[in-house]
Design a protein around this ligand. Sequence first.
Ligand code: 6PG
Length: 257
Amino acid sequence: MKENPILSAKGEIRILANPDELNRRAAEEFVCLSGEAVQAKGFFTVALSGGGTPKSLYSLLASEGDSFRSRVSWDKIHFFWGDERHVSPDRPDSNYRMVQEAMLSKVPVPPEHIHRIKGENPNASETAQEYEQELRKFFWLGAGQLPQFDLVLLGLGPDGHTASIFPGTDVILEQRRHVVASWVEKFNAHRVTLTPPVFNNAACVIVLVTGGEKAETLRAVLHEEYRPERLPAQLIRPTRGRLLWLVDREAARLLPP
Ligand code: 6PG
């Protein structure tokens, strides 16, 4: 595998030739990070991203024909979601459904290790509060403590959003709550999302970005002045953890050499 790391205060940026290479690199990270965590403490926690980009990564991890699947201790992993659409789990746009179809239905994960956001609850704020309670219980959190995921996977939207932290929304400023329901004007719908302090408390955050239509946004997020109200992905700066951008050549084409 060709390595071309670019290190900066904004994390480590690796440019891969195409989406296939990017998925293989992300799968390798998943295998290594989960293996290390399982060895150190007996389990691994991951917050998954939705949208289209990670779907092929999830399929690759679960695929019979590849070496990744057999290198993962599936029964030692707890799966969470970084964000969810305000829909029931059987809807085609449910992030839970996407992950279930691409990966979780194909691997031996105990059902109690699948911690989905209950998008079917008509009250989105209640959904967020319940998920926060679930995080508090799972991570044994005391007052003022944040959950620490071993891995957070994120994507980048063409408008600079990440997870469901959209430009101009209140969640950008959220410091106290771990999960919120956020009204997204352009979809005329709520999204439920983990908040910046939770993402930034992770041991490792990997952002997957592919395709030329994200190139200008990626350049702006990494190289323009810090204005997260306009480009929420700029909020992602783990306080103690590692930040890795996995970017394909198309998406990286406007990055300075
Ligand atoms: C979602 C996401 C979202 C996504 C970006 C990129 O629920 O849609 O979690 O933040 O990662 O919108 O989406 P694509 O991978 O589909 O471009």
